[in-house]
Design a protein around this ligand. Structure first.
Ligand SMILES: Cc1cc2nc3c(=O)[nH]c(=O)nc-3n(C[C@H](O)[C@H](O)[C@H](O)COP(=O)(O)OP(=O)(O)OC[C@H]3O[C@@H](n4cnc5c(N)ncnc54)[C@H](O)[C@@H]3O)c2cc1C
Length: 341
């Protein structure tokens, strides 16, 4: 019996998670606007932190709770891949310089209670135990022990390798639109499919009402003189800055959050802010090498919540905003479970 044909539009974060969930039962065709598989969309430049409690300060409690559940799904999804992908759950440390202690207190007050997650107030002694190279630099902080992160670049590589070895058809350099034939059945590139899963992120802006981009700028650096065990967030007057350690002495330093549709190169101001903030956390960043400095658009609706829309045989999954890694396994599972899983 032939497997039902499914088109996935966009091979970014959501498209990959959907493809991995559907690969066994469906004949997949994946259309991606970029020419190459692993360096496209917001998901490729993200820090990939899984921080439900820290994010609860700016999102609704049910979304943060969904993030807690999604954190249990990531290890299962990664276990289906033949290449290893770093997944870590050793918490987030949040620190502030003396002049920003008010922001730290306000942040602490706005943390929402989440089942299974407890914030801890930490002293300079505790900070030194958690992050020996930050000893003596900060008097107080907050530790969120059950938060995590993953290596998104490794996930991109591993998911492509995995799907390449299945019957899945890839079409790179194909910027596609949703079309319908005379019977109203969705088609892509003139071909009809049983199902179309639209995961184009901000690329779906012209076909999804209310979708907007929220600009984020980020640096990826190589810093062999710095060892951090977990993501560290620094309170900052304009936006909290984070430093997420990745394998091979690489660090993602981010991120700005600007209401703008501009996906052009990072500004000098943002570059200076991000890199100088990192240097105030650890002077070892002075000799670090800047590997990439990028900007991208987080796809978001006005409520900053993910939206799943089903219209005939099209399922659209979008609006994951700054919580794509945090939420994708749970949101995609929810979107596909009604009809396809
Ligand atoms: C700087 C920054 C830092 C972030 N950090 C985190 C974090 O720490 N934790 C977290 O949970 N989230 C984070 N995010 C958010 C996360 O990256 C996004 O929520 C997530 O990438 C959205 O996934 P998506 O698949 O919808 O979009 P994308 O990842 O952008 O993927 C969309 C894909 O569709 C393709 N596409 C677009 N148009 C078309 C078309 N017409 N035809 C075919 N293909 C098309 C694109 O090329 C792209 O590959 C961050 C985002 C940014 C920008």
């Amino acid at each position: 019996m032939r497997k039902p044909k499914v088109a996935i539009l966009g091979f970014g974060l959501v498209g990959r998670v959907a493809a991995l969930m559907l690969q066994d039962q469906y004949q997949l065709s994946i259309f991606e606007a970029a020419q190459t598989p692993n360096n496209n969309g917001a998901g490729a430049l993200a820090a990939a932190m899984l921080a439900p409690m820290a994010e609860s300060v700016i999102c609704e409690a049910d979304l943060a709770q969904m993030g807690v559940e999604a954190m249990t799904l990531w290890p299962k999804l990664l276990a289906t891949l033949s290449m290893p992908v770093m997944y870590q759950q050793v918490g987030t440390l949040i620190v502030a310089h003396q002049q920003d202690m008010g922001d730290l207190r306000s942040f602490e007050q706005r943390l929402k209670p989440l089942a299974g997650h407890q914030a801890q107030h930490v002293s300079s002694h505790d900070i030194a135990k958690l992050e020996p190279e930050l000893a003596g630099r900060f008097h107080q902080g907050i530790y969120l022990p059950s938060e995590g992160q993953l290596d998104n670049l490794a996930f991109y590589k591993a998911s492509f390798e995995q799907l390449k070895n299945t019957e899945c058809q890839f079409y790179f350099g194909k910027s596609v639109m949703l079309e319908r034939n005379l019977q109203g059945v969705a088609q892509v590139n003139g071909e009809a499919f049983d199902w179309v899963i639209d995961c184009r992120g901000i690329g779906a802006k012209h076909q999804l009402d209310g979708l907007r981009g929220v600009r984020g700028e980020v640096a990826r650096i190589y810093a062999p003189e710095v060892t951090l065990n977990r993501p560290v967030r620094l309170m900052h007057p304009r936006y909290p800055i984070y430093i997420a350690p990745k394998p091979n002495n690489e660090f993602v330093i981010g991120a700005t959050e600007i209401e703008s549709q501009d996906d052009g190169p990072i500004t000098v101001r943002s570059t200076l802010e991000l890199l100088s903030a990192a240097y105030t956390v650890h002077s070892g960043f002075a000799e670090a090498r800047v590997m990439a400095i990028s900007a991208g658009l987080r796809p978001a609706f006005s409520d900053n919540r993910p939206h799943i829309e089903t219209d005939g045989n099209v399922i659209s999954i979008n609006g994951l905003y700054r919580h794509g890694y945090l939420l994708a396994p749970a949101v995609v599972q929810q979107a596909l479970s009604k009809e396809l899983l």
